[in-house]
Design a binder for this molecule. Structure first.
Ligand SMILES: NC(=O)c1ccc[n+]([C@@H]2O[C@H](COP(=O)([O-])OP(=O)(O)OC[C@H]3O[C@@H](n4cnc5c(N)ncnc54)[C@H](OP(=O)(O)O)[C@@H]3O)[C@@H](O)[C@H]2O)c1
Length: 247
């Protein structure tokens, strides 16, 4: 969608969500931003207000289904939502269980997308972007829970895109490679083609403007994992993936 004016972003207190908020901020733009860390979320609000955007913030856990619905309805009542970005997510490691990863990354997306879809179906238009990952191209031994959660939301987004095409609702899946953020800051291994979050936000913004089905970047990672790897025989794919460092 070109020039959305009313945009809701979950997980906007840091990383890619924060960079997206800053990238979209400007005069006559209303941003509804959520996160769990108040200090970081307020810092993003201040930054975006300096670009003359109107900012509403909400401390909310994406796992709270009822509160998420209520919050999204309230935001829509303030200014009809053009674009919703279901971005909040976590990675595996540091004592986080597979179930926690799956819950936040999948149910958190459901809790954001379902109420947004209801509103957009009722008025016959809108755009919803779902944050997956290049790790969502297939299950990866390096991050079983994380990659599975991202495979799930990628499939969900692809399915919704076709389903709501005739209702004028644009659905997009975002698949970044490695982007600098709190999520990747603890990775001990070398991250190929690591990208700054502001650059990632610009690529996502452009992709959403063009209503691309899947916004995968950087192109080198997308080509390697999405196109070249699946051309190899399974036995070779397994051998290659077994060598990836554990998350
Ligand atoms: N960075 C990468 O390389 C990369 C690559 C592919 C995909 N992604 C995806 O991009 C998204 C953003 O990640 P990031 O890299 O920007 O990481 P990040 O800097 O850690 O940001 C994650 C954001 O999600 C929020 N969040 C996490 N759990 C939440 C919950 N239960 N309820 C509400 N908010 C929650 C965090 O809020 P608080 O901190 O306030 O709790 C934070 O704002 C994630 O879905 C991630 O999987 C990242």
């Amino acid at each position: 969608m070109k020039n959305p004016k009313s945009i809701l972003i979950t997980g906007a207190s840091s990383g890619i969500g924060r960079a997206l908020a800053f990238d979209y901020a400007g005069p006559d733009i209303t941003l509804f931003l959520s996160g769990r860390n108040e200090e970081r979320l307020m810092a993003v609000k201040k930054l975006c207000e300096e670009k003359s955007a109107t900012i509403y913030t909400k401390i909310i856990d994406v796992l709270d289904e009822d509160e998420m619905k209520q919050w999204i309805d309230e935001c829509d009542a303030v200014r009809s939502l053009d674009l919703v970005i279901a971005n909040a997510g976590i990675s595996s490691g540091h004592g986080v269980s597979a179930r926690q990863v799956f819950n936040i990354n999948v149910h958190g997306v459901f809790n954001t997308v379902a109420p947004s879809l209801d509103l957009m179906k009722a008025r016959g238009g809108g755009q919803i972007a779902i944050m997956s990952s290049i790790a969502g191209f297939r299950g990866l031994p390096s991050s079983p829970a994380y990659s599975t959660s991202k495979v799930a939301v990628k499939a969900y987004g692809e399915a919704l895109r076709g389903r709501y095409y005739h209702q004028n609702i644009e659905i997009n899946v975002i698949c970044p490679g490695f982007v600098k953020s709190r999520l990747t800051a603890t990775n001990k291994f070398k991250m190929p083609f690591l990208m700054e979050s502001d650059k990632a936000a610009k690529i996502i913004h452009r992709g959403l403007e063009k209503n691309k089905a899947v916004i995968a970047f950087p192109w080198q990672m997308s080509l390697l994992i999405g196109v070249l790897l699946p051309l190899l025989p399974d036995i070779l794919i397994e051998r290659i993936l077994r060598r990836l460092p554990e998350k």
